[in-house]
Design a protein around this ligand. Structure first.
Ligand code: ADP
Ligand code: UDP
Length: 235
């Protein structure tokens, strides 16, 4: 499948049209951003690593009856996906306190949460992605009540599946961000699942292997991403 017109360029990916109106090519860039785009960086090969990690995780989830947009790999940095009508919502699941949670609440980084926390954010860079709840989503007509129920159900299932998937590879899934869309009303998991969009720590040492290495200037960002890919490959 060939890339046609560039449909959208975001901070970490480019979305291209294809010959098929129902398919897009999702290209993973080497760029890294944090602080809503204010902090910029990149490393060679990041796009390929994130594409490979996302592919492994989407395939794993599909194997467990999670509907995802993934169709096939096009090349090292590109995958063919179903074209979705995206909900302008970021869904965050947290298993261990980190990031904005430790700033917002009286909880220490690394504290294991009693149950997974489910959060919604409005995807709006100009507003800095404010936190919302389900009633905002319905009031703003972002999705139907049934779609919001489906999103919550799939998101919690994805978190549970991936948490144990990583645990078996001696990795802790601290938190992750998911994006959903629909085709004729039917909900699918879209976007990416990569070290850019989840926090992953080594289970023994608690060393951070994800984008926090960039956010917090910890160095060796590429090493962290490569380690995650290595541990989830060929198993
Ligand atoms: P951002 O827009 O936050 O800078 P990206 O660089 O990741 O993010 O851009 C990818 C864009 O493509 C996002 O807006 C995302 O919601 C959207 N997207 C992801 N998967 C699909 C899909 N299957 N169909 C249509 N749009 C998608
Ligand atoms: N996240 C993301 N995109 C965003 C905001 C958050 O992928 O625009 C991910 C982030 O990588 C982490 C989780 O969502 O895995 C929770 O992020 P948090 O709310 O702690 O915000 P942050 O500290 O990353 O700004």
């Amino acid at each position: 499948m060939e890339r046609n017109k560039l449909l959208y360029e975001g901070k970490a990916k480019k979305m291209f049209q294809t010959d098929s109106p129902n398919r897009l090519i999702q290209h993973f860039k080497d760029d890294l951003t944090a602080l809503n785009g204010a902090k910029k960086g990149s490393f060679n090969g990041k796009g390929a690593i994130n594409c490979a990690i996302s592919e492994i995780l989407f395939k794993y989830l599909e194997g467990h009856y999670v509907p995802t947009h993934y169709i096939e790999r096009a090349n090292n940095t590109d995958m063919v996906v179903r074209k979705l009508e995206m909900f302008p919502i970021e869904v965050v699941l947290r298993n261990i306190a980190a990031g904005s949670m430790v700033k917002r609440f009286k909880i220490k980084e690394g504290e294991v949460l009693q149950t997974a926390v489910y959060e919604l954010y409005l995807k709006d860079d100009k507003l800095n992605d404010p936190m919302i709840n389900e009633s905002h989503a319905l009031a703003f007509n972002l999705a139907t009540a049934e779609q919001m129920r489906t999103i919550a159900q799939i998101a919690k299932k994805v978190n549970a599946l991936l948490r144990s998937f990583f645990e078996r590879r001696n990795l802790l899934l601290v938190d992750l961000k998911l994006e959903f869309g629909h085709i004729d009303g039917e909900v699918y998991l879209g976007d990416e699942i990569s070290p850019d969009t989840m926090r992953i720590w080594d289970k023994i040492s608690n060393i951070k292997l994800d984008k926090d290495r960039f956010r917090l200037d910890l160095g060796e960002i590429d090493k962290g991403y490569k380690e995650i890919l290595k541990r989830i490959s060929n198993v």
